[in-house]
Design a protein around this ligand. Structure first.
Ligand SMILES: [Zn+2]
Length: 415
């Protein structure tokens, strides 16, 4: 691993610094005047000229199904039930190799739009983990469970979880899919193994009105009340969507410390509903941000996701002050990193060296009146010049080594 020295780079607050990255972390962030002194002592350094660039934390995509890139634009403008049946039918035909290739394609797109981490939930977790390792990004791979999964695979997955040794690059979680696909006992089993190994538990929750109505008919409880009754809600639970909630539901989520992932594009595209920003804020829920899969977004850009989240919060509350740029930027960076146990998401000494070098001369950022507002409201992915994860350069001057090869494999593949 080569050390990286970034000279004369602009920080978010507009000041300039020299930054040394070594052993996967930010080792020093100093005033520009001290640069020569530091450089003399450091062998094996790659020097990056930071002039005209800003350094910001990378993005942490808190909920996706990466290999769904394979289903991009496959089932469009359909009602939810039809969309789901199209998607599930096609997913049943995907092989482990398809998942590997689809996940790598997703990672190319995520790196190009600034994400160095994704929390995933899909089949063939070994292919997902291998793809993340090969591409040099971080992942939290949700080992997915549903009632319909055969018993043998469920047992194999449970054994895998019991024995898995995680690290800062590759971690796993236990992922019972949703209340409409997993029964009480399966949730309990998932919770038990997650608790024993101190892994997170990921699930979809209250995504659609139908999910809530079906749960009420079946259990006489809302999905949140049902999961609380089962005993799986706590600060290690990550719940995607949380769109259709009662006040009591929001209070339960906040009280239990559940981490809610907002997926605005997917919710809008599938007309699932409007994320109740005010309700969550009032309850004090902890919120982070994800893209969801490509079949319902159809992009994996966290820049887009931040903008849609902010705009949706404003229009749904009829208040332009709702969800300011700084808040949604924090969801996408340090808050999401912290939820998944990473000391990252900030440009600070001792933090994991995950960052983006932003081209301040890109047309979408000029003039630089307020960098965070520009990143949320006007930035295009092309303003991301370079991407560093764990101290390694994954993209430099918009060039990624493996991109062409990965696109070549899939560019003629229609499903
Ligand atoms: Zn999802």
């Amino acid at each position: 691993m080569k050390n990286i020295f970034i000279k004369n780079i602009t920080l978010i607050d507009g000041t300039k610094a020299n930054i040394l990255i070594a052993k996967g972390k930010f080792q020093s962030i100093t005033k520009v005047d001290d640069s020569n002194e530091i450089l003399n002592d450091i062998p094996n350094v790659k020097l990056i000229d930071g002039n005209g660039k800003a350094i910001i934390p990378a993005f942490y995509n808190a909920h996706t199904h990466a290999a769904m890139t394979l289903l991009r634009s496959y089932s469009e403008d359909k009602i939810l039930q039809k969309w789901l049946s199209d998607v599930w039918k096609k997913e049943a035909t995907l092989t482990e190799t398809d998942i590997y290739n689809g996940t790598r394609l997703a990672i190319v797109e995520m790196i190009r739009s600034g994400s160095v981490f994704f929390a995933d939930m899909y089949w063939h977790h070994s292919a997902i983990i291998k793809a993340a390792k090969d591409m040099g990004v971080r992942v939290n791979a949700g080992i997915t469970f549903m009632d319909s999964l055969d018993k043998k695979t469920q047992n194999t997955n449970m054994e895998f979880i019991k024995n898995y040794i995680p690290d800062d690059m590759i971690n796993i979680s236990v992922a019972p899919h949703a209340v409409y696909t997993c029964n009480k006992n399966l949730y309990k089993e998932c919770y038990k193994v997650a608790e024993n190994r101190n892994f997170m538990l990921q699930t979809h929750l209250c995504e659609t009105e139908q999910e809530v109505n079906d749960c009420l008919s079946k259990y006489n409880l809302t999905p949140v009340e049902f999961l609380d009754d089962v005993g799986v809600l706590n600060s290690n639970t990550v719940a995607a969507h949380c769109v259709h909630l009662t006040e009591k539901d929001a209070d339960i989520l906040a009280k239990r410390g559940v981490k809610v992932v907002h997926n605005p594009c997917s919710n809008m595209k599938l007309a699932s509903g409007i994320f109740p920003y005010s309700l969550h804020k009032k309850a004090g829920t902890s919120i982070i941000l994800g893209t969801d899969g490509c079949a319902s977004n159809n992009s994996l850009s966290m820049l887009e996701e931040m903008k849609f989240a902010a705009l949706l919060a404003k229009v749904s509350t009829n208040n332009p002050v709702s969800l300011p740029a700084e808040e949604v930027f924090q969801w996408a960076t340090m808050d999401s990193a912290a939820v998944f146990g990473l000391k990252a998401g900030k440009i600070e000494e001792g933090f994991l060296a995950d960052c983006l070098l932003i081209n301040l001369n890109h047309v979408s950022l000029v003039p630089n009146n307020n960098l965070i507002a520009s990143l949320v409201y006007s930035a295009e992915s092309e303003c991301i010049d370079s991407v560093i994860c764990n101290g390694n350069l994954l993209m430099e001057n918009r060039y990624m080594e493996k991109e062409e090869e990965i696109i070549d494999i899939l560019k003629h593949k229609t499903i």
